[in-house]
Each structure stands twice: as C-alpha cells, then as structure tokens.
Design a protein around this ligand. Structure first.
Ligand code: DSN
Length: 429
C-alpha cells in the first residue's frame, strides 16, 4: 500500500515516513497515545474504508453488507465478552461523539447532567461550558478536593442531592487515581439519576482487572478505543440491555450517518488482542512504569497532583519548579520526550499556559520499557526541567533518548495466539 502511495503522492508518503520516524525516535508520554499493532493498522487501512453501512447488522440502508454485518457482529461480541456487557455499540466516531450519544440516549436537552470539571481532570465533553454538552444540557460540575487532589465522594453526593441531575458522569481525562465507579453508581441510584462512566483513558486497565470494572454500576459505559486499549482511534458504548435501543438510536440516526467500517474492523482486531494474557501483562506493566516514574519524580522534588498515581498517568504540578509547563513541554519535545501541558486543579494560570504537565506510560510500555528505563525517563525529565534554556543539555538528553529508543524499538507486530478460523463467519463471498 505504501508503495502505491510513494508513486502517486511522494510528498504525503515522505511525510508519513517522517511521522513514523518521529514516533520511533521519541519517548511518547502523552497518556492518550499508543502504538497499535500491525494487525490493527492493516485493518484500519483496509478496503473496509470503501464501504457505507448505515444502520446495524441485519437492518441496513444500503446493500452489499454480506461481510460488514459479520464484522460488526464480531466486534460487538468481542466487546461484550471482554467487558462482560449486555450490549455494545462500536460505531461512535470518537469518544466525544460516544459521550454525547450516551447523554442523548438517556436525557432530553435542557435536563441536568453532572460531570467532573475540565480544570479538575474531567473531559471537555463532561459538560464543560464551551462544549455542546455544556450548552444543550444544564451542566453541574464537581471538582476534586483542592488539598488531596482526589475525588471527594461525600461532596459529589451532596451536590447530586442538591441538583438531582438526570445523569451523573464518572470518569476523567487527567485524573491519576482509581475511580470508585460503585460509589458513583450508588450516588446516582440514590438521587434517581443515570450513571454514565467514561473509561476512555483506563479501558485497558479495566480489561486487565487492575481497575474495577464500571460495567455493573453504570447504565452506559463510554470509551475510546485507542488509549490504554491500544486500538485505532474510535469510540464505543457498552450498556445494560434495557438501554440498548436508545443507545443505538442515539448513535445512528441520532448523531451519525454511516459508521467508519475500517475503524470498526480495526477495533474488532484490537478487542481480540486485548483478550489475551499478553495484554493483561502489558496493562500491568503500564501501571508499574507509571509508578516508577512517579517515585523518581518525587525524589527529584516534583509535586504530583494527588501525590502519585494508580493508573497510566501522572499530573505534575510545576509551580514549585518555577518553570512554565508550556515552555517545559516544548523543551522536552526538543529533547525527544513528548508530553502535554495541562491544567491542574484550581490552577491559577490560564489554560493555554497552565501549571501542569501530564505524562503517561501506555506508549513506552508498548515499546517494552520496564521500571528501570521508566526511571531513566524521569531522570531525563528532571534534567530538562532544570535546563529549559540550555540547548546543549537538551541536545544531550535528545541523544540519550535516541539511544533508549534504539534499545526499545516500536515492535513490528505483537504476537497474538492463532485465532481459530471462524468458519461460521463465512459470508458466501
Ligand atoms: N484528548 C484526549 C486526551 O488526551 O486525554 C481525551 O479526549
């Protein structure tokens, strides 16, 4: 495929090669990024991109669904098995659309939703004011405790009792601790609300049993498929059987037209990969690496929001380091370490130049990095923090990163057990 691209559009071919080299030659610490397997990549770049499949298996608005129906059912079955859910919808184009679809499935515009505020680690689509979710619904936002950096379930309960929302959203995009979905479920039950959990960041950790699954305690579980789950960029909804119809209707025709069948196909592959002992070891290593980095950063005098991590990410509060997070993120990028600047709870600084740096370990763990090298990564972050204006130190760190990258190349493919040929999946073509 790339040969055709090289011949037809050498400019784009060259840029793809450059991006591949960048991904190989950098330590990627953005917690929402990863490296997918060649199998996932092949499915994502396959002929399924050519197919329109509006509707759902068995009930489509276009003909020619002999194969796509089988693929979509496989994806649904794999998701249901992996997450022990009654129903799965694999069509959302992204996590943002999945979240909006989940709200629309259970609430009318104008009703109240309650989610974690963006500056406290919530996602923009959890009802933040600039998002459509904060405009069409009445949005109440809860926060983390300023002192501990952790969710205060008593306060959340108080707020829920006061506002009686239709939907309570649990889940986060920059929260380093385990979330107690059972308590969220209980609070929702107590106030007569629906509970929607967003596990976009931690889906892989849930699959591996490292974090407790929200499925038994949620009406709908929303997730992306590309972060710790290590699939292609996409979204997915899991729900109780009683909400299946509303969820499907909310995705199509409520919000979307035809699903992106190539993505859906690649998600099916990623779900099979996640259903293996190798994936469980991988997910466990993500957290070990994250903790190893956190420990080392603490030794270097960094302040971490909540004091550490239970998951794949760390939120560094840089205020005591007297360095702008944005400036540090850019210096790290020059040193081949890629992270993102991020707000911290009660951040006194503006969102475009906030006080926090967010880092995470899904991608470096896919490269095979273990605690020892993770600690080296922390050491390099510290070196750059102390030398943000010293280009020769930054260059030297860049060389050390390149060496590390060469020792831990991006794996060409992951070994997954031979899947039995699924004869009953034959489509007659
Ligand atoms: N933007 C993603 C992240 O980086 O966390 C969430 O959608």
């Amino acid at each position: 495929m790339l040969t055709a691209l090289a011949q037809y559009d050498p400019q784009i071919y060259e840029l793809i090669k450059q991006e591949g080299a960048r991904q190989n030659g950098t330590i990627r610490l953005i917690p929402s990024e990863n490296y997918v397997s060649k199998a996932v990549m092949s499915a994502d770049g396959s002929c399924l991109t050519n197919k329109y499949s509006e509707g759902y298996p068995g009930k489509r608005y276009y003909e020619g669904q002999q194969v796509t129906d089988i693929i979509e059912r496989l994806a649904q079955d794999r998701a249901k098995k992996l997450f022990k859910a009654n129903h799965a919808n694999i069509q959302p184009y992204s996590g943002s659309v999945a979240n909006l679809a989940a709200y629309i499935a259970l609430a009318e515009p104008g009703e109240t939703i309650m989610g974690l505020a963006l500056p406290h680690g919530g996602h923009i689509t959890h009802g933040w004011k600039v998002s459509i979710t904060g405009k069409i619904f009445k949005s109440i936002q809860y926060s983390v405790d300023s002192r501990t950096g952790r969710l205060d379930y008593n306060k959340i309960e108080e707020l829920a009792k006061k506002h009686r929302p239709r939907i309570i959203i649990s889940g986060a995009t920059a929260y380093p601790r385990e979330i107690d979905f059972e308590i969220f479920g209980n609070i929702a039950h107590e106030v007569g609300a629906y509970h929607i959990s967003d596990i976009a960041h931690i889906a892989g950790l849930v699959v591996a049993g490292i974090h407790k699954s929200p499925v038994p305690y949620s009406d709908i579980v929303s997730t992306t498929t590309h972060k710790t789950l290590r699939g292609p960029r996409g979204g997915m909804l899991l729900c109780k059987a009683e909400h299946a119809k509303q969820v499907d209707k909310a995705v199509f025709p409520g919000l979307q037209g035809g699903p992106h069948m190539h993505t859906l196909t690649a998600i099916a592959v990623a779900l099979a990969e996640a259903d293996t002992p190798e994936f469980i070891s991988y997910a466990k290593q993500i957290v070990k690496n994250s903790r190893a980095i956190a420990e080392k950063l603490l030794e270097y005098g960094f302040n971490l929001v909540s004091g550490g991590t239970d998951n794949h990410l760390i939120l560094i509060d840089l205020r005591n380091k007297n360095v702008s997070a944005k400036k540090l993120a850019k210096a790290l990028d020059r040193a081949r370490i890629v992270a993102n600047y991020n707000t911290i709870p009660d951040d006194p600084a503006p969102p475009f130049d906030p006080s926090g740096l967010r880092i995470g370990t899904p991608a470096i763990t896919t490269r095979g990095i273990k605690q020892e090298q993770a600690q080296l990564v922390a050491e390099l972050i510290n070196k750059v923090t102390e030398n943000v204006d010293n280009e020769s130190v930054i260059e030297q760190v860049g060389k050390e990163v390149l060496l590390l990258c060469s020792q831990f190349p991006v794996p060409d493919h992951f070994i997954i057990p031979n899947r039995k040929s699924e004869a009953d999946n034959k489509s007659n073509y």
